[in-house]
Design a protein around this ligand. Structure first.
Ligand code: PHE
Length: 477
């Protein structure tokens, strides 16, 4: 007899696992970096608008679809009576694979930064060579090894299933993560650059906003909330019927946003405290998280010997609870659709993803072909250049290309279909029942109509408009 489907053991179980998925490198590495490069204030506002107008409604839509269908994203649409929409599930699985392939590489760096900090804490800080991080990225074997460790730990947890694996792990990871975050924010109050950091983050200047930056804000809203690829459909499929989707979604969205802003406050406070840093931050995506911060911990902060290693535990834990959800999307497909055992599904998915990760791990200097790779060739002119520009913003190298393409294209497009489905295809009584927004006297709560208006009109038009503008090469400024 088939076993009953595994479920989250407690209400908190779902919220912790889903916010674990949402809070990750997106909050700690990506958001502070892109908000910095897009000059703070105005970008942050656009991002917040995307979170509210698109993120929250899509989050609810995904959980509705998952919980109603009780299965993973590919079969889910068929179970709900619309097998033609299965392509949305497939697109999600593809996005999951692409994201995990590069994400595990960056996650791996947190392990080595942690070990480096431990060493400094015990044997004293030595100023590293300015090229140290670049050299580290160029060590191919080490890069592949660290990525492999991260994927192995992720696979171990996923192979144990929902309540015994993912829920148990995130119940430890998330509280530790939150406590470390609070500690670091408290510490930044005492830094001289704190006030300036707040100003940078919250004073908008719209003259700096471009077309790519609006798409980046939207793409990041999807990325940071783990939307547009079925992670929340998958997690929602293990959720009990008695729980409120609206409350859970609100909790996840608020937590994720607060942590992203807190990460900026922590990092920008340090940057504004040390003026020479400001010019160097924007040079590389990883510079801020893996180069600037460790130096600061040991040279400018009295508690640095403790905060340094602790900070990288935070990064590793945040990344881990996200890689778990990325892998789970692929694994649940194999379990639900081909009926493989969880162990076999996990092993096969992880090995497949690892083979792609190798290209990403070697694309930061270790292998020059992979590091300068462009999908449409290196030509100066012509259609190839145009595609490289529109689709990849002229970026190079597997890791950068995977990152850019998944966040800026795959997730928004996936999210567009998901809102269209939830708003126009799924029957009203079905979503109403899942959201449980009918009052006792039989009338519909205003929040339901608001949600429906956003998934039917605001989110699809917003996403569609931004995508169109970027395809046409428009500049928003
Ligand atoms: N939300 C995660 C982060 O911000 C990344 C992620 C994207 C995880 C998509 C799962 C699915 O780091």
């Amino acid at each position: 007899m088939a076993q009953p489907r595994d479920q989250w053991g407690s209400r908190l179980g779902f919220v912790l696992a889903a916010s674990g998925s949402a809070v990750g490198l997106g909050n700690l590495w990506k958001f502070p970096y892109i908000a910095w490069n897009n000059h703070g204030g105005a970008f942050v506002l656009i991002y917040l608008a995307c979170i509210l107008a698109v993120g929250m409604p899509v989050m609810m839509s995904e959980i509705i679809i998952g919980r109603r269908a009780q299965t993973s994203p590919v079969p889910a649409f068929g179970v709900l009576g619309h097998p033609r929409w299965a392509f949305v599930g497939w697109l999600g699985v593809a996005s999951g694979i692409v994201i995990l392939a590069f994400y595990a590489v960056i996650a791996g760096w947190s392990i080595s930064s942690f070990l480096q900090c431990m060493k400094w804490s015990f044997t004293g800080y030595e100023t590293p060579d300015p090229n140290a991080f670049g050299d580290f990225l160029g060590q191919g074997t080490l890069q592949v090894f660290l990525t492999g460790i991260f994927l192995t730990v992720t696979s171990f947890i996923v192979s144990r299933g929902i309540s015994r694996g993912i829920e148990k792990a995130t119940k430890i990871l998330m509280p530790v993560l939150l406590s470390i975050m609070v500690l670091l924010v408290l510490n930044s109050f005492s830094l001289a650059g704190f006030g300036q950091a707040l100003g940078f983050l919250f004073k908008p200047d719209f003259s700096e906003v471009t077309g790519h930056s609006v798409l980046e804000a939207l793409g990041h809203a999807f990325f940071t909330l783990s939307l547009g690829m079925g992670a929340m459909i998958t997690y929602g499929s293990y959720m009990k019927k008695s729980e409120s989707i609206t409350k859970a979604s609100a909790a996840i969205v608020v937590l994720d946003t607060v942590i992203a802003l807190a990460a900026c406050i922590i990092m920008y406070s340090i940057i504004f405290t040390v003026p020479e840093l400001q010019n160097n931050v924007g040079k590389s995506t990883v510079g801020m998280l893996f180069v600037t911060l460790p130096e600061m911990f040991y040279t400018k902060m009295s508690l640095g010997v403790v905060l340094g290693p602790v900070f990288y535990v935070l990064v590793a834990f945040a990344a881990l609870s996200s890689t778990i959800s990325l892998l789970e999307v692929v694994v649940s497909l194999l379990v639900d659709k081909i009926k493989w055992s969880r162990n076999k599904s996990t092993a096969v998915s992880a090995l497949g993803i690892m083979s792609l990760s190798v290209f990403c791990a070697l694309s930061n200097g270790a292998w020059s072909w992979a590091s300068t790779f462009e999908f449409f060739g290196h030509g100066e002119k012509g259609i190839g250049r145009l595609f490289n520009n529109r689709l990849f913003a002229d970026k190079q190298g597997f890791l950068n290309l995977f990152d850019h393409f998944s966040a800026n294209w795959m997730l928004p497009v996936g999210g567009l279909f998901i809102t269209l489905y939830a708003g126009w295809i799924l029957k009203r009584p079905e979503s109403l029942e899942e959201l449980a927004l009918t009052r006792e006297d039989g009338t519909v709560h205003w929040f339901y109509s608001t949600w429906l208006f956003f998934v039917r009109f605001v989110a699809p038009l917003g996403i569609g408009w931004i995508i169109l503008k970027v395809i046409m090469g428009a500049d928003f400024s």
